[in-house]
Design a protein around this ligand. Structure first.
Ligand SMILES: Cc1cc2nc3c(=O)[nH]c(=O)nc-3n(C[C@H](O)[C@H](O)[C@H](O)COP(=O)(O)OP(=O)(O)OC[C@H]3O[C@@H](n4cnc5c(N)ncnc54)[C@H](O)[C@@H]3O)c2cc1C
Length: 661
């Protein structure tokens, strides 16, 4: 402005869009709102046009529409929506099959009647929500598939669900979409019964609307169903938190005889929550919620060498050595940074680190919570009741969509993987706070459920993902009082993080063509610290000091370039060595079936075992014996046998792991 420096213009405080709501800023955001309305309205408009001209998914689906005598209600008036031979693929497009029938029930009675129909026709029943799992934990060709999300919605990108305005009350909606608050359990805890078709976005809006109760943890993505998140034992972050299934207190499910059953016993819950649909079709899940709190987010971009410091500065690849690397006090800087890392990892309510491939800085997103102030008090400083705001949500959604369009375009895929990664990393880092021109050390105070879902629209871009759960070992330490105690040993986590970074560079250096360095991981390395789990088949079970949930993400083009699976195997081999055999376990919903575990794996020339056999015979050997024992006990009390339950709900990859067939 008038040739002044930025400091002359905005002063020492810097400039933040949120702080100075000038007419120009307001106008800018009002335009975004208009654009969003156009997009949301436009999708509906497009549907109408397509319907009129007889094109589009709706018409394709009409061709498959069936009228089977399977009813949503007890009086036989309303049939369950059902299609025959509609091809299924998951969001990650790693699983494909063609169910004989795809049912879309909205009531518990509907689900019961589907299972009875399956019993009469001797067909297997498997379920799906938003289909965001990469592993083939779904059904197989020729079976019955129950979809808890509409077929057009679940197969169409971009999905406008998260940018459509409105609250979610969980009332006056179909049975499987309800949310009901129930009794208090202890001080600050209350039960909440949720239908399995409720999405994370529905639940987030419900929690904001109700303003008092929230899930303590959740997956970041909002386009998932409650049933889908519980099925494969998903998780959030923070060492004090277990998996989401660990907060389940009651499971209502339809058994192999079409009977509605309820599981409340603690031992049975640990078996039935996180059962992949192998026991039956879950209809409602009762969670124990916490009183709502505010998250105090302080996202930071920090030099990669100091975000999660390596065990030795020589572990930092030359390409990432910043100026401080040559300083004589570099080791002290690493030590100081490590104190900060350990504090965040050990104590913060939520803890997460991102590294976009080849970038000099990592993104740190760890935070704590504060209680809600009394209603009469003013809100805390930097309070954002909606975060991201509707305009920011729309921008993120657009970014995800544009990312999806870009990365599926042949021109983009013709670029060397190295440049794909560089482009996406620049965009990805730029999109995360603090953004260019913003305060370098922002504080954002927002209701807990907004902070858990801090990024929206990510599902508009398809990606690939491998994640493992590494147990954090313990080490002896002396407390301030001089007693010997066992505390988490963070060196394993630091090693796991740098193993991935170093493998990325080693792979690039091994390339024949220096102008096109092989880049299998084209998106991010992500680490979340979390607790253990009491769920029998949870990969985190038994992790007394906590778990490093570490994952790598890439683009489908890295799979087409035949770089991805080799990289995943090599990384799984390295990570597998960081704990005793069978204790580093993959996330059930992510990519694991094609890998080999145990021994050295194929990547380093060893043999290992196929993932299913390894899971059955090594990693979950004892847990599966226990799981089957509890299931047998449940069956005796509920009137079914193991053979029947396996015949109706088993099969596929998970059937092979759990039932051994
Ligand atoms: C972009 C992205 C981000 C993600 N972030 C996280 C994360 O932060 N943390 C994490 O842990 N995971 C994460 N995931 C994985 C994701 O949470 C899981 O794949 C989850 O299962 C997705 O829910 P869904 O509704 O799509 O379920 P689906 O993938 O459709 O189904 C998952 C499983 O649940 C079973 N199931 C579903 N409904 C029922 C039911 N009613 N009864 C019985 N069985 C049922 C299905 O049979 C299937 O085995 C992420 C995935 C993506 C794509």
């Amino acid at each position: 402005m008038d040739g002044g420096s930025s400091e002359d213009v905005v002063g020492k405080e810097g400039f933040s869009v949120g702080k100075y709501r000038s007419p120009g800023v307001k106008h800018h955001f009002s335009l975004l709102e208009k654009l969003r309305d156009l997009v949301v309205g436009g999708t509906e408009f497009k549907e109408k046009v397509e319907e009129f001209f007889g094109v589009g998914d709706d018409v394709v689906l009409k061709r498959h529409l069936e009228k089977l005598p399977v009813y949503e209600d007890k009086v036989g008036k309303q049939v369950v929506e059902v299609y025959s031979h509609v091809p299924f693929s998951n969001w990650g497009q790693s699983v494909h099959n063609t169910p004989k029938y795809t049912f879309l029930p909205t009531t518990t009675t509907g689900v019961q009647n589907i299972v009875l129909f399956a019993q009469e026709s001797d067909l297997r029943v498997r379920c799906g929500g938003y289909r965001h799992s990469w592993a083939n934990i779904f059904g197989e060709t020729g079976e019955i598939f129950i979809s808890f999300v509409g077929l057009e919605q679940v197969t169409t990108l971009p999905d406008p669900m998260s940018i459509q305005p409105g609250n979610y009350t969980g009332q006056g909606v179909p049975d499987l979409k309800t949310i009901e608050l129930k009794e208090h359990t202890t001080e600050g805890k209350r039960l909440c019964r949720v239908g399995v078709a409720v999405t994370n976005e529905d639940f987030r809006r419900w929690a904001i609307h109700n303003g008092t109760w929230a899930l303590p943890v959740d997956v970041i993505l909002v386009e998932v169903t409650i049933g889908g998140v519980n099925g494969p034992i998903c998780h959030g972050a923070g060492r004090r938190h277990k998996t989401i299934s660990d907060y389940v207190r009651r499971i209502e499910y339809v058994d192999c005889n079409g009977k509605l059953q309820m599981v409340e016993d603690e031992k049975w819950i640990r078996t039935a929550a996180g059962a992949f649909g192998l026991l039956g079709v879950v209809t409602h899940i009762t969670f124990e919620l916490d009183e709502m709190t505010y998250a105090v987010m302080e996202p930071r971009k920090v030099d990669i060498g100091l975000a999660i410091p390596p065990l030795s500065k020589h572990d930092i690849p030359p390409e990432l050595r910043a100026d401080w690397w040559d300083d004589e006090n570099a080791d002290e800087m690493i030590e100081k940074a490590n104190v900060e890392f350990e504090r965040r990892a050990q104590d913060d309510y939520y803890s997460e680190w991102f590294w976009f491939t080849y970038q000099q800085r990592a993104w740190i997103n760890t935070w704590n919570t504060i209680p809600l102030p009394p209603r009469s008090s003013p809100p805390p400083a930097n309070f954002h009741p909606e975060y991201p705001t509707p305009s920011q949500t729309f921008l993120q959604w657009l970014e995800g969509w544009l990312g999806g369009v870009l990365t599926s375009h042949p021109f983009f895929n013709a670029l060397p993987g190295f440049w794909q990664a560089q482009l996406l990393a620049t965009m990805g880092m730029a999109a995360l706070p603090p953004r260019f021109g913003e305060d370098e050390t922002p504080t954002i105070v927002t209701p807990l459920c907004n902070a858990l879902h801090f990024r929206r629209g990510v599902q508009n871009m398809r990606v690939r993902d491998m994640e493992v759960q590494i147990p954090i070992p313990g080490k002896k330490s002396r407390s301030d009082g001089g007693q010997e105690e066992e505390v988490p040993d963070w060196s394993t986590v630091r090693r796991a993080w740098w193993d991935a970074i170093n493998l990325t560079y080693a792979t690039a250096r091994e390339s024949d063509n220096p102008l096109d360095p092989e880049t299998p991981m084209r998106l991010t390395l992500e680490l979340r610290i979390m607790g253990g789990s009491d769920i029998l088949l949870a990969p985190q079970r038994g992790n007394r000091h906590g778990t490093a949930s570490i994952e790598v993400l890439s683009l489908p083009d890295a799979v087409a370039d035949e770089e991805w699976s080799v990289f995943c195997q090599r990384l799984a081999d390295r990570w597998g060595k960081l704990a005793p055999e069978g204790r580093v376990r993959p996330h059930w919903a992510k990519e694991w079936e094609g890998l080999r575990f145990g021994g050295m794996g194929t990547g380093d020339g060893g043999v290992g075992r196929g993932a299913r056999e390894w899971a059955r015979e090594v990693a979950y050997k004892d847990a599966l014996v226990e799981w089957r024992g509890v299931v047998e006990e449940m069956g005796r009390s509920m009137g079914w046998g193991l053979g029947e339950v396996e015949r109706r709900f088993g099969g596929g990859v998970m059937g092979e792991v759990v039932w051994g067939r």
